[in-house]
Write a protein that binds this ligand. Sequence first.
Ligand SMILES: [Zn+2]
Length: 333
Amino acid sequence: MTANSWSISGEAAALHRDALVWDAHGGFAYSAASVLAELERWRHAGVDVLSLNLGYDATPWTLAIDAAASYRAWVRQHPEHYLQVETVDDILRAKREGKLAITFDLEGMNALNGNVGMVDLYYRLGVRQMLFAYNLNNLAGGGCHDEDSGLTDFGREIIREMNRVGMLVDCSHCGYRTSMEAIEASEAPVIFSHSNARALHDHERNIWDDQALACAATGGVVGVTGVGLFLGPGGATVEHLVEHIDHYVQLLGPEHVAIGMDSVLLQEQDEPLYDRARNFWPARQYPGERATIIPPEAFPLVTEALLKRGYTDGQIRGILGENFLGVARSVWK
Ligand SMILES: [Zn+2]
């Protein structure tokens, strides 16, 4: 891709092309693997690593296994542009070879089917981060839109197993108490893969500053997300995203900030999988028919916006991907 095709300055394009760009969460809502052809949109936007979502608490765990199998096969069949990540070295190799490196994530521990042994299995399938509860409570802990009942004994057992196998403990989508107890319980750095600042926009999916600070104190990172509802009244714009980045940089220091854009390319046929009434509750938190989300094409614009704000090259490289790389280096096995 040339600098001009991104419609940004030459300086921003050069930095964006050279930097490791890591999108800590996004995907397709569990469609057939053929939709992965759309991963070109991330690759053309200069993204080097994407954590592809395999499922969330409302989808059957068997679907997550099925998605892992079919996505892995698709990536294997497209080796010229994509690479399935097993180790941190694979990330660096993908960057060198101009490929998009693919990791997987799970949004909610219903995917374990009550079996802690599934953590190791998922890790072997390529899952490198998993969050506790998707908005509503489950066997592991509390969701952010539910009664905040905290981490369960099962949840603690899972954290020990995640620490053992090297899977990142992700506190996005869970309740306040569950997040704080998980951060306390984990022996490895934890992340919020895609959570904006509640200090800027008071939505239950966003997190308070003390949650972000506790995460950073473990050596972890907080990823800002491009979902308009969580960015605030101005909606899904890069300008808004950068405000949340700025907030976290002031609060945590630039080395604890990352990006989990959550550019879900929802297919029409997948809409029934989203049980809106159940999973996006209360309704007042989710007005409108469909969420607007910053698309993957906006990544180069984020780099340019951060340069315009006066961030240094080093700070921008950290936020774009090197901060997340550091966490992966210290946690993945
Ligand atoms: Zn999510």
